[in-house]
Design a protein around this ligand. Structure first.
Ligand SMILES: Cc1cc2nc3c(=O)[nH]c(=O)nc-3n(C[C@H](O)[C@H](O)[C@H](O)COP(=O)(O)OP(=O)(O)OC[C@H]3O[C@@H](n4cnc5c(N)ncnc54)[C@H](O)[C@@H]3O)c2cc1C
Length: 292
């Protein structure tokens, strides 16, 4: 079944090549599918061999263990990479880059999603994470999501009011998101461009974008900001080997070079302890921690 895959199949692929943090040990079987049939072949192979399956989009929100991942890892960035626009609606494949979608929509005078600009993501990863900013999350725009079940059948999901919550999307367990429909609205290109410029400027001023990271490590606790708590706990700039709590934004951990997953985990443990000791707040991580 792996032989039927038209995309690439690699063995012992270092996952540090595929994460924005540049951390992660090898994947036993790493598949870069070319189309939906390739995804099906990979899922059926994993089911037959009783192997675990993990999905990666752009790898921008992941901390992957230093010993890597057993089973099959499917990387969807670059696959299912088409977006179409019909009236005020976009239909996008899971591998479409979120920023490309925002740009393409803007060129057609379609807006709404520009509040998500600057979030490095595939559409699949943005959906799974319900990626967003203070001004909105992708779930606010989704009218339908499409997925592939582990047995290779396709499904459609019309999200209700509770499907998307803060940084998560409650979709069927084990399913692979393959695309979605997004509701947009008419807005002049010049207005969208001005908005995008302002948002990117503010991100650049407040986030360590020149360094490897996975974005915000912690979810904001209700009514507060995780970054504020980490900073007040005196941890800005704290370093363990190559991993550092950013001096620019305390909710980011950056890889200064050679950081391991163990270094990042040690910084996270320290942060959780210190913040709890100072404020009685237990931080919950936003980044997804996977692998061994
Ligand atoms: C510099 C920087 C800034 C960031 N700023 C923000 C921000 O402002 N707001 C925000 O919300 N996030 C932010 N992030 C985090 C990250 O960009 C988002 O979480 C994004 O949605 C991750 O998308 P991805 O495609 O890289 O997904 P990945 O990191 O590859 O995966 C994330 C999760 O989604 C799952 N997944 C991915 N694709 C699929 C699929 N097709 N089917 C099923 N499951 C899937 C994965 O299994 C994993 O659990 C930032 C990250 C960085 C590095």
């Amino acid at each position: 079944m792996l032989g039927e895959i038209r995309g690439e199949v690699r063995f012992k692929e270092p996952l540090s090549f595929h994460t924005s943090l540049r951390i992660g040990g090898p994947a036993d079987i790493f598949v870069m599918p070319q189309d939906i049939d390739d995804i099906r072949h990979a899922l059926l192979f994993a089911e037959r061999e009783q192997l675990p399956v993990a999905i990666i989009g752009g790898g921008n929100n992941l901390l992957i263990g230093d010993r890597g991942m057993r089973g099959v890892v499917l990387k969807l960035e670059g696959c299912l990479g088409r977006a179409e626009f019909h009236g005020e609606e976009a239909v996008a494949g899971a591998g479409v880059s979120l920023s490309a979608l925002i740009r393409e929509a803007a060129a057609l005078n379609l807006g709404g999603v520009e509040c998500l600009v600057g979030i490095p993501a595939t559409i699949g990863g943005a959906l799974a994470m319900n990626a967003g900013t203070h001004d909105g999350s992708i779930g606010d725009f989704v009218s339908a999501a499409y997925f592939l079940h582990a047995d290779g059948t396709l499904g459609e999901f019309k999200p209700g009011a509770t499907a998307f919550t803060y940084r998560s999307f409650h979709f069927p367990e084990g399913a692979v998101l393959v695309g979605c429909r997004l509701r947009l609205h008419r807005r002049p290109l010049a207005e969208i461009q001005k908005d995008i410029k302002q948002r990117l400027k503010s991100k650049k001023a407040t986030q360590p974008l020149a360094l490897a990271s996975a974005g915000c490590v912690w979810k904001n606790p209700p009514g507060d900001f995780a970054g504020r708590l980490v900073e007040k706990a005196g941890l800005k700039g704290k370093r363990i080997n190559g991993a550092e709590i950013s001096a620019k934004h305390a909710n980011f951990i950056v890889n200064r070079g050679g950081a391991t997953a163990a270094d990042v985990r040690a910084l996270m443990d320290l942060t959780r302890e210190r913040v709890h000791a100072h404020f009685g707040v237990t931080l919950e991580h936003e980044i997804r921690i996977i692998g061994e």
